[in-house]
Design a protein. Sequence first.
Length: 168
Amino acid sequence: MRLFLSIFLVLILVTSCEKDVQCEDGLVTYQKVDVQYASLFSFSGESTINLGGMTGDVKLTPSDATDGVIYSTGDVNLNGHKLTLKNVTLVVTGNLNGGGTVATRGNGVLCVEGNIQNNPDLSNATVGCDTMSNDELTIIEELGTNCDLGNVKYIDGVMFEAVKFDYL
């Protein structure tokens, strides 16, 4: 009983010394994150998929994505099949090769960094992510709190991380 009481008092002492985290308003700077991949593993923590040679229809959903975004590991070769993007953004890091169909549902978006070749059917697809090709937007400043530091957000399929905070 005495040991239990001693442990209990130590726990009370430790928890009473903790400080509450208070976020303060200010200006948060988000910087573009360059996502890089290794040949066998992705060290970026992002969701990746190899669609280099599709052998059947593929449907990608939010359960396949990190923060709603999936990166291809290179070219996407439809090979006459249908690729459906339901409420996810697929960033094709290479070329999109046709002979098939891409369809988007809900908030699905297709972003192609390379070329679109061999006339894939994109008539039912939302194709976007202009910042992927322009690549000019590297810093965003917006109102936020000091607690936002380290947070990640996606703008048109491009990842930005909060790296700086200034008090107003």
